[in-house]
Design a protein. Structure first.
Lengths: 290, 46
């Protein structure tokens, strides 16, 4: 006859078996309770919920449900693009299934943290970001250092530690990959040459940064005095290229306001702004001396 | 102040490193032209 402890264990097991299967709402609650956007390192606390999500077949159930809804309603519109299906957009994170269908031309140093769980084996090269790497200061003189290979089995989980490494995956056939990604943690996404490993280009990590630079340019072209206040505000934006776009286009509206901002930029935290401000003031000095 | 007033403009230097916009696709070709400008060719959609 089993003892009391065994009966208790059995009861627990029985209760667990009767519980509803792990749902997307359960996963969302777990991530929201673990990941605090203001503390980026808490993203790695999401590994356990990701493991559970994989172990309990939540993705298969979600895909089946999407297909059932499509079959019953042809107008059903999910949150999908040609290469990505979004399961959930959370506060500062996103869960999706993306198709990796072709190798990328460059090695990307990603601006967000991520877990990747491929549906088939995923292999690739890992590179260490160069010494002295500062995400917001693009420097084409920097070069990646090889740091070994990565290999993830189907349903395995890869931590993309993008604050230290860039990854180049070998894609010979389309592979669906479950991705849990944070929102951008850094302002730029760097691209490195695959042949020389040299830094090649940096792009905005956030669409809003690009849009604000374009907006500053348009305000400069329209050149109406009512835009001065907006450009002055943009001149304090956290993204250095937005700040400089605002100052440059302020120069089309008000010489006095622009000069004041250029003098302030001499003490900007970003070295490219300090140097561009110095260059502008030098050019002005040369003209006044003529 | 109205826009009809004469505006005294100021030419301001560019940043030494241009930053690309956020785009959904990789540039098909990126190079520096003979004149020293960045040329970014974006691949047409498949």
């Amino acid at each position: 006859m089993p003892g009391r402890g065994n009966r208790y264990s059995f009861a627990c097991l029985h209760a667990w078996a009767l519980m509803a299967p792990y749902q997307l709402t359960d996963f969302v609650s777990e991530i929201d309770s673990r990941y605090k956007v203001a503390e980026p390192e808490t993203f790695w606390l999401c590994e356990q919920p990701m493991q559970r999500l994989l172990a309990e077949g939540l993705i298969s159930r979600w895909i089946n449900e999407q297909l059932r809804q499509l079959a019953s309603d042809h107008q059903h519109l999910g949150d999908w693009s040609a290469t990505e299906a979004v399961l959930h957009r959370g506060n500062g994170w996103l869960l999706s299934v993306a198709i990796f269908d072709s190798p990328r031309r460059f090695i990307h140093a990603l601006p967000f943290s991520a877990f990747y769980a491929p549906f088939a084996e995923l292999t690739g090269e890992r590179y260490r970001l160069p010494a002295g790497f500062r995400n917001d200061v693009f420097d084409p003189g920097l070069r990646l250092e090889p740091a070994g290979t990565v290999k993830v089995d189907p349903n395995g989980l890869l931590r993309l530690e993008t604050d230290q490494y860039a990854y180049d995956f070998q894609i010979t056939q389309a592979i669906p990959v479950l991705r849990l990604v944070s929102a951008s943690l850094r302002p730029l996404e760097w691209l490195f040459s695959k042949t020389t490993l040299q830094a090649w280009q940096a792009n905005d990590a956030e669409l809003s940064s690009t849009q604000l630079r374009v907006a500053a340019y348009v305000l400069g072209k329209i050149a109406h005095q009512s835009s001065i206040g907006a450009l002055l505000e943009l001149a304090s934006h956290p993204h250095h290229a937005v700040r400089w776009a605002a100052i440059q286009n302020l120069g089309r509206l008000s010489r006095t306001e622009a000069l004041a901002k250029i003098r302030e930029a001499m003490n900007d935290v970003h070295p490219h702004l300090r140097r561009a401000a110095q260059k502008t003031l030098n050019q002005l000095d040369k003209r006044t001396q003529r | 102040m109205s826009n009809d007033e004469t505006i005294d403009t100021l030419d301001i230097a560019d940043l030494e490193q241009d930053i690309g916009g956020m785009c959904a696709v990789e540039p098909a070709e990126t190079r520096i032209s003979a004149e020293g400008y960045w040329v970014v060719m974006v691949a047409p959609p498949k």
